[in-house]
Design a protein around this ligand. Structure first.
Ligand code: AMP
Ligand code: ZN
Length: 137
């Protein structure tokens, strides 16, 4: 628990949230400024700033939970699709520095702008990137 962290407080229940699921590891609640109807967040009770800090065990549990929440959203809302979004760092759009996964139901014609315009990199650049990342793993 980090004292000044909004999601630590929400996860603990000190700040109210529209909770749809909770267990000893996670709280899942509706995003207060939703991108679409049913937009919710999976938040670990333990504080991790971002994906770089998250341990594998928590990540595994979190993704397993995400599959269940995804199916519940589809069942409850009859959404046509679903985006998982997870922002790390200010430049990537992270505004709350406590790791969280967005589940954003999608509806035909909702015109949400989550997609990017593809870049075209040269073969050499692709190869250089491949090697650089491979060597870092
Ligand atoms: P991010 O930009 O990825 O850090 O996402 C933070 C998300 O938290 C945003 O979509 C906010 O709308 C949402 N949010 C902020 N405060 C609250 C709150 N008190 N209850 C529910 N969602 C919140
Ligand atoms: Zn926190």
């Amino acid at each position: 628990m980090k004292d000044d962290c909004l999601f630590c407080k929400i996860a603990k229940g000190d700040i109210p949230s529209a909770t749809i699921y909770e267990d000893r590891y996670f709280r899942v609640f509706l995003d207060v400024n939703p991108a679409s109807k049913g937009h919710c967040l999976i938040v670990p009770r333990e504080h991790f700033d971002n994906i770089y800090d998250l341990d594998g065990e928590t990540a595994g549990r979190l993704f397993a939970l995400a599959t269940g929440v995804a199916r519940a959203l589809r069942k409850a809302l009859s959404c046509d699709g679903l985006n998982l979004v997870q922002n790390n760092g200010k430049v990537a759009g992270q505004t709350v520095n406590h790791f969280h996964l967005h589940l954003i139901p999608r509806y035909e014609g909702d015109q949400l702008g989550l997609l990017w315009k593809a870049k075209h990199l040269k073969e050499e650049e692709m190869e250089e990137l491949r090697k650089k990342i491979k060597n870092a793993i």
